[in-house]
Ligand binder design. Structure first.
Ligand code: ATP
Length: 306
């Protein structure tokens, strides 16, 4: 079977997905969604609980049949047994492995599923890379959540896939584990792999991802690069001064504490605000350009789409 190549490694066009929720009753979890993930992107699928992120990911992987629309993985239709699966890895939110196998046996089992021969050396290398080499004889049931997560990532990496899907990879991990996983993810991305992840940990997404799609109610409400989504907001400033009961209307007070006030103002009102403070004898503590976090963007988009 030959594989198609193109610059988009994962695509959904006009995708609709329905779940059967009772006799003759259906719930449409994905409602006409278009998405294109370019080769080499570190892509995040974001949005509130129930937005349809996991459904979208499972449908793109070919595990759920869409009720309408089309998906492509590395340019191919994801059909059972398709060669494209040799180059795609997926780690679910809560991976389940047979409890009676050891960490190394889980790796050997997954290695045996590929057509390509995966050597014991490769397994050892990945266990080392994920900090599991001294745990390789632990039974799965003896592994902590973090160890299972690392085992899942090591298993995903066995055949050096071009495209990874991670569902809530960082959920429930301690800060040290998060830090080491972040480095593994950065290495994967640097090595040329494309990564698609679902996450609620927006600070992680800001650190790692190159682009994101924000979903709400089964649709993409914004899709852009991280650079365009977050960062400095042209023309908006945060000013901190001494507090007073009646600031001019153009200054929006966002916080008050300990005799200080923080206000958001537009560039054209900066001088007027400083003059006001001078007249009132208020202390001036500082001024910086307003920045927008991913959390601000996601919350605003979801609020607007209520
Ligand atoms: P979360 O952030 O909570 O993981 P999500 O964005 O991944 O949410 P999905 O799990 O894709 O959302 O669920 C989308 C919608 O589809 C939800 O309303 C959910 O209740 C519904 N849903 C998901 N799986 C099924 C199923 N097997 N049967 C019926 N409805 C389902």
């Amino acid at each position: 079977m030959t594989m198609q190549n193109n610059s988009f490694v994962a695509e959904a066009s006009n995708l609709r997905v329905c779940y059967r929720v009772g006799r003759g009753r259906y719930f449409e979890a994905v409602r006409g969604m278009d998405l294109k993930v370019g080769r080499g992107e570190f892509f995040a699928l974001l949005g509130p609980n129930g937005a349809g992120k996991t459904t979208c990911m499972l449908t793109m992987l070919g595990f759920i049949a869409p009720s309408a629309g089309e998906v492509r993985l590395l340019g191919n239709r994801p059909e059972p047994g398709a060669a494209v699966y040799e180059k795609v890895a997926y780690l679910p939110e809560e991976p389940l492995y047979p409890e009676f196998l050891t960490v190394r046996e889980v790796m050997e089992y997954y290695a045996s599923l590929y057509r390509a021969r995966i050597t014991a050396g490769r397994i050892g290398e990945l266990l080392e890379r994920l900090g599991l080499s001294n745990r390789s004889s632990f039974l799965v049931r003896e592994c902590s959540k973090g160890m299972r997560q690392r085992l899942g990532i090591a298993a995903c990496m066995l055949n050096s896939p071009d495209l990874y899907f991670f569902d809530e990879l960082t959920r429930g991990l301690d800060p040290l584990m998060l830090r080491s996983l972040r480095e593994v993810m950065k290495d994967l991305h640097r090595s040329g792999a494309t990564i698609v992840m679902n996450s609620h940990m927006l600070s992680e997404v800001e650190t790692l991802c190159t682009s994101a799609a924000i979903m709400n109610k089964g649709k993409v409400v914004r899709h852009d690069t991280l650079n365009n989504l977050v960062g400095r907001m042209e023309g908006r400033f945060m000013v901190e001064t001494g507090d007073c009961p009646d600031f001019p209307e153009f200054a929006q007070v966002s916080a008050r504490d300990n005799g200080r006030a923080v206000m958001e103002v537009a560039r054209e009102h900066l001088t007027a605000l400083l003059e006001f403070c001078d007249r009132q004898g208020l202390e001036f503590y500082g001024c910086r350009q307003k920045t927008r976090t991913l959390e601000d963007i996601v919350c605003d988009l979801v609020e607007d789409d209520r």
